[in-house]
Unconditional design. Structure first.
Length: 255
């Protein structure tokens, strides 16, 4: 009997350790790309299944104030989206706040939780992709190893804990491929609310910054169901930002 109890205890400890390891890997992967302040100009190309393409240019600025990371994304080109601005307050201990300013309406409105899983400006990225996910909202599981572009990676599954979180993020679970050498994520697989693979994101052209963090200069999101594709490339990048906290406000993004 003691042997049986000891064996069960060892098995339980191993299962718990694996869960902790998967959570720890996800956290280190998130920290590997953590930037407290930066500015950049990027190009977003949106391709249809037929190959038709639209291109959009936007400027982005991020700064961390106390425990809140604030990000402002403003579209520069083309003319029909110029001035459209997304503002994100990314909190460490609660749900993010998001606002969007639409020049045609001359009005800023809050993006509610049910809209965070919606497409970002007509692309295959979502509004939720524009902020850092809360790690505590997921359960984690190690699925094994896999090699991506010659890099040996952990394969980690993160599953939304509640249906509300599924609705908010727009997926039921996500599988990420994390480099064992440096914790960089090269691929993410998103599964819809029915458990079927819906989108695959690839992160490439990582560049190490002076603060030790990395940043991917090319990100691609492909919808495997409708064959639509969106690619974001970084044209200009600057570590750090001098934009004041006052500029990161719903009232100021209208100006």
């Amino acid at each position: 009997m003691k042997t049986l109890i000891f064996t069960i205890g060892i098995l339980f400890a191993c299962i718990t350790l694996k869960a902790q390891d998967a959570r720890e890997i996800s956290e280190k992967a998130s920290n590997a790309i953590q930037l407290d302040a930066m500015e950049m100009v990027s190009t977003l190309k949106i391709s249809s299944a037929k190959g038709d393409e639209r291109s959009r240019t936007m400027s982005t600025a991020t700064r961390k104030f106390d425990n809140v990371s604030k990000t402002m994304m403003k579209f520069i080109e083309p003319a029909d989206v110029r001035g459209t601005t997304l503002l994100v307050f990314d909190y460490e201990d609660k749900d993010d706040d998001m606002w969007i300013y639409m020049p045609a309406l001359r009005k800023t409105r809050r993006i509610v939780s049910s809209e965070k899983g919606k497409n970002f400006m007509g692309s295959e990225f979502t509004n939720a992709d524009m902020s850092k996910p809360n790690l505590d909202e997921f359960n984690y599981k190690l699925l094994g190893d896999e090699t991506i572009d010659g890099n040996l990676c952990w394969k980690v599954e993160s599953t939304c804990k509640t249906e509300d979180q599924q609705d908010q993020y727009g997926f039921s679970k996500r599988v990420i491929y994390v480099d064992k050498a440096n914790y960089l994520t090269y691929k993410m697989e998103y599964y819809d609310l029915s458990g079927e693979l819906s989108k695959v994101e690839s992160m490439k052209e990582y560049k190490k910054q002076s603060n030790g963090s990395y940043f991917a200069f090319l990100m691609e999101m492909k919808n495997v169901k409708n064959n639509r594709r969106s690619v974001m490339t970084i044209d200009k990048f600057q570590l750090g930002s001098k934009i004041s906290e006052a500029q990161f406000s719903p009232a100021m993004i209208e100006k």
